[in-house]
Write a protein that binds this ligand. Structure first.
Ligand code: NAD
Ligand code: DAU
Length: 352
């Protein structure tokens, strides 16, 4: 039985990954380590709780003693590091926690995994793998043409993407220096169930359903390359199992859309299927994000050619599934938008 250490498994992508893996493989064990920040939510994992192959531990990936104890308690085969501060806007107002979790936390995990897996000089437990879940934002911003490939130079702009790029460089350093078996995956924007409503799609769905203003940054013509979260989970599973050690894999679905189009798509769906009073009058253009990257676009040829990965969910199907999920999980949304979220929203959007 293979044992996975999944960090940040109570967040959006991590929880989707755990649910996907437990359903797909009855013969694996997953230990989920999460600090449970504002973004971590154990409600996401209700369907895993009864599974004897799933274990949850609340801990900080920066905590050396806690991580060492975990590696002593379990004989891991894989580490999948999702844990991060993940929101660009928060990184602009408070960069330090991004350095701590995203950079120092990653180095701490690398050290603990290396210590646990080392069998000799540059030799490690057979089949073990450390996978760093990274982002296309490390490549910076594109003009109207071209795509990010795995060899595009790193050119991060926000404190968030700089912290993720720094972490990637440490992961690469462990591969180069110690021959440590790693992969880095760099994915485009995800959407789907359990995404915290500080991110574009769930925020717009929630506001539209509540007849609240939809705050579009600047002209709304910034382009993101959207991928349904389950397709990302499938890619991570494939890279962990079959990716060549030391390699980077870009993950994206050639699904680029301007933000304003995304917002209008959500509005149109809700107007037609849920509430006829919801319309484009709710859109409000607000002050742009500082240093806002204009366009992201992934070239996924490498993962397609080497591992046979492709996105299964079209945007039309994915966005409908996503809106339906939020409609069917109103309690989940109420829980995550009570308390702290109100203060966050006020700070981020009032008078903007
Ligand atoms: P998220 O913010 O929803 O979840 C992050 C999780 O990490 C939360 O459960 C949080 O409690 C946990 N966490 C934070 N700090 C921690 C710490 N110090 N120790 C342990 N746990 C901690 O993030 P997400 O959107 O699910 O993103 C997951 C990963 O994927 C991140 O590394 C992010 O950079 C990357 N990524 C995200 C996207 C996207 O579109 N959301 C795209 C590409 C890559
Ligand atoms: O590209 C991958 C990245 O995608 C991940 O690494 C990040 O963790 C994830 O948060 C996401 O980053 P973005 O900044 O692209 O996502 P966000 O949902 O915050 O914003 C998407 C776009 O929508 C961006 O151009 C900013 C814009 N936006 C966002 C919000 C929250 C708005 O116009 N209004 C908003 O209220």
């Amino acid at each position: 039985m293979k044992t996975y250490l999944v960090t940040g498994g109570a967040g959006f992508i991590g929880s989707n990954f755990i649910l996907y893996m437990l359903e797909k493989y009855p013969d694996i064990r997953i230990v989920n380590v999460d600090k449970l920040t504002y973004a971590g939510n154990l409600e996401n994992l209700r369907d895993a709780e009864q599974n004897p192959n799933y274990i949850f531990k609340q801990a900080d990936i920066c905590d050396k003693e806690a991580m060492e104890a975990l590696f002593a308690a379990y004989d891991f085969d894989y580490v999948i590091n999702f844990a991060a501060e993940s929101h660009v806007d928060r990184s602009i107002s408070d960069p330090e926690i991004f350095v701590r979790t995203n950079v120092l936390g990653t180095v701490n995990l690398l050290n603990c995994a290396k210590k646990a897996w080392q069998t000799g000089d540059d030799q490690y437990k057979p089949g073990c793998k450390y996978l760093q879940v990274s982002t296309d934002e490390v490549y910076g911003s594109l003009g109207a043409e071209g795509y990010f490939t795995e060899t595009t130079p790193l050119d991060p702009h926000s404190p968030y993407s700089s912290s993720k790029a720094s972490a990637d460089l440490f992961v690469k350093a462990y591969a180069d220096t110690y021959k440590f078996p790693v992969n880095i995956t760099r994915c485009s924007n995800n959407y789907g169930p359990y995404q915290f409503p500080e991110k574009l799609i769930p925020l717009m769905i929630n506001n539209a359903l509540g007849h609240k203003e939809l705050p579009v940054y600047g002209d709304g013509m910034q382009v993101r390359d959207w991928l349904y979260v389950e397709d990302h989970c499938k890619a991570i599973d494939m890279v962990a199992r079959d990716g060549r050690p030391g390699e980077v894999y870009n993950i994206g679905g050639h699904n680029e859309r301007p933000n304003l189009t995304i917002v209008k798509t959500i509005l149109a769906y809700i107007r037609e299927h849920v509430d006829g009073e919801v319309g484009e009058q709710l859109i409000k253009h607000v002050t742009d994000r500082k240093g806002h990257d204009r366009r992201y676009g992934i070239d996924p040829e490498k993962i397609k050619n080497e591992l046979g990965w492709y996105p299964e969910t079209t945007f039309e199907v994915g966005i409908e599934k996503t809106i339906r999920w939020y409609l069917n999980h109103k309690e989940w949304m109420e829980h995550v938008t009570s308390g702290q979220y109100q203060a966050y929203y006020e700070k981020m959007y009032s008078g903007r």
